[in-house]
Design a binder for this molecule. Sequence first.
Ligand SMILES: [Zn+2]
Length: 318
Amino acid sequence: MKKEVYAGFDIGGTKILTVLADQQGQWLADHRCSTFADEGPEAILCQIKNALNQVLDKAGVDRDRLLKAGVCIAGYFDATHRLLVHSPNIPGWNHFPLEEKLSSWLDVPVWVENDANAAALGETYEGAAKGKTEVVYVTVSTGIGAGLICRGKIYRGSLGFAGEIGHMKVKPGGATCGCGGRGCLETVASGTAIARKARQAIESGQFIKGIGSAEALTTEDVFEAVQTGDKVAQTILREAIQYLGMGLANAVNLLNPQIIVVGGGVVKAGKALLEPLEKEIRKNAVPALAKDLVLKKAALGSASGVKGMIHLLRQGER
Ligand SMILES: [Zn+2]
């Protein structure tokens, strides 16, 4: 029997996840490899082609059964002109026609999507927000990204860049952000910001349980110190959560979602993050809008983006 398949790729700054799925969305094979981020666009296109061959081989599916491919990637994807305007993780891809190039390399139609948008869709159809149609998905790791689902579909805005919650201004006159603005949520509530605060605390002579040197310190070290009851680490996390709660309450007031799904590295902080975060959101949002709001941890982990892409391809419209 003829078996048609879709391929989904999540191109991260460090890893590429490739998945082959059937028309019902069932995974037939997957493949993970490190991203050759510094070797330019051609090297990554080559990696994608190789990864595709790997999953086709693993699943025992002929190349001509591939119907369509979907790629999600961190960065600004211009949905009108179909150009990857800029990717913070992968240098040299400015205004890169990723869809067109990849389509000619793979010889099938290719759809590209921002990774947070794809993850939001994945969580909506198969993860923490299953059954919901109005969803805010926020990922807090190195930076803060978000994907918005409106009436069950990705809300992209006029050009495709909607959802930049990480660049909401929450601290007037605050630190300069990678986007060029000041006082962005990302500068005070991302994993990077938490680690930076801890580093500054140690450098100013404070002590954090379990952390020896400021240089090698990671966000996870801070979370571990929080678990052991360290007061300095708890204060740092609490401040980050206050800002994150403020930013998400602004999103609630603007969009009135049914659910906020939190993904990314900071969910490793577990209850120490989610419970106070929910309180902060409820404290700052207009009560009527927050009344039935649900806050959940993302359920699909690193697979949320590819799951979203496979869903988009199966749906046949974007
Ligand atoms: Zn910014």
